[in-house]
Design a protein around this ligand. Structure first.
Ligand SMILES: [Zn+2]
Length: 273
C-alpha cells in the first residue's frame, strides 16, 4: 500500500501519505498528545529525517514504509524543538527485527583482547549508525515505558560533543538558562540515588531468582526507571529520555528536578502538551 514511499526516498524527498501518518500516530500513544500544529511539525521533520538518513533492514527484516515512518517519528520526537541539525555527522539507521547478537571485541589493560557475543536491542555509535530493533520496543505497546528508538537517538544527542556522559551539548541560544555544572550536579545526584535503589532491589531478590529472568521483573517494577539506567550517567540520560517522552509522569514523580532539566533541554514538556 505504501511501497511508493520507499521509491520517493531514493529521489531525495519524502512525502508521508496522510493515512500512513494517521496509522503511525494511532499505533504510538505518546504521539497522540500533540495538537495539529505540533503533529504537522513532527510529520515534516520525520519526512526530512527519512530523506536525509539511510535506513536499512538487517537480520532478514523487510523494511516497510510503515516501519520506516514509525521509527522516523519516534526518532524525531527528541528533536521536535531542537531541529534536524542535532542529528548531524552520521547517516545510517539499521533496523533488526528483534534483539540481535552483537560481537564485541575489547582490549583489557594488559593488552589481552577479549571477544564475546551479547544480545542487544540497539546501539548508537559516535559518528556511525544508530541500530535499533523493531520488536517489541519500537512498537511501543500501550503502558510500556521502554522505547529503544528514543533511547538510542538520545545517545546520539549525548554523543554530539564527542562524549557519552549524560550531558548533551547545550546551545547558547536555545539553552541560555541551562548551566552544564548544574546539569552535572543534578545528574550525579539522581543517578546515584537511582543506583542505590537498584542495589536495594537486588538485595531484596531471593537467591533462587535469576536477576535476568522474568521472575525478577516484579521486583524491578518498583523502580521508576529501567534498572539499566544505573549502568552509568550516559545510560541514565538515555533511559530517562525514553521515560520522559513515553511515560513522563513516572519520571516527574521520581526526579522532578531532573525532569525539569530534560524539559528545558528538549524544549518540550510532554505533560503540558
Ligand atoms: Zn544505551
Amino acid at each position: 500500500m505504501f511501497a511508493r514511499l520507499l521509491d520517493s526516498i531514493v529521489s531525495g524527498s519524502v512525502e508521508i501519505p496522510p493515512p500512513l501518518w494517521e496509522q503511525t500516530r494511532a499505533a504510538l500513544p505518546f504521539l497522540r498528545r500533540f495538537d495539529t500544529q505540533a503533529g504537522a511539525s513532527l510529520r515534516e521533520l520525520c519526512a526530512r529525517l527519512l530523506a536525509t538518513k539511510v535506513m536499512s533492514g538487517a537480520g532478514g527484516l523487510e523494511l516497510t514504509a510503515a516501519i520506516q515512518v514509525a521509527i522516523g517519528a519516534q526518532a524525531c520526537l527528541p528533536i521536535l524543538r531542537l531541529g534536524i541539525d542535532w542529528y548531524r555527522g552520521w547517516s545510517g539507521i539499521i533496523v533488526y527485527p528483534s534483539e540481535y547478537v552483537a560481537r564485541r571485541r575489547i582490549q583489557d589493560e594488559s593488552g589481552l583482547v577479549h571477544e564475546f557475543e551479547e544480545t542487544a536491542a540497539g546501539e548508537a555509535w559516535e559518528g556511525g549508525p544508530v541500530i535499533v530493533s523493531w520488536d517489541p520496543d519500537a512498537h511501543a505497546p500501550e503502558n510500556s515505558a521502554f522505547n529503544v528508538v528514543i533511547h538510542e537517538f538520545a545517545h546520539k544527542l549525548d554523543l554530539l560533543d564527542g562524549q557519552a556522559d549524560g550531558l548533551p551539548p547545550l546551545d547558547r541560544r536555545l539553552h541560555a538558562g541551562l548551566d552544564p555544572h548544574h546539569w552535572r550536579g543534578v545528574l550525579e545526584d539522581v543517578w546515584q540515588r537511582f543506583a542505590a535503589a537498584v542495589d536495594l532491589v537486588e538485595l531484596d531478590l531471593p537467591a533462587d531468582i535469576d536477576p535476568e529472568s522474568d521472575q525478577a521483573d516484579p521486583y524491578y517494577a518498583r523502580l521508576p526507571l529501567d534498572p539499566y539506567a544505573a549502568q552509568d550517567e550516559a545510560e541514565f540520560f538515555a533511559v530517562s529520555s525514553e521515560t520522559f517522552f513515553v511515560s513522563p509522569q513516572r519520571l516527574l514523580d521520581a526526579f522532578p528536578q531532573w525532569y525539569e532539566l530534560l524539559s528545558r533541554f528538549y524544549l518540550q514538556d510532554p505533560l503540558a502538551a
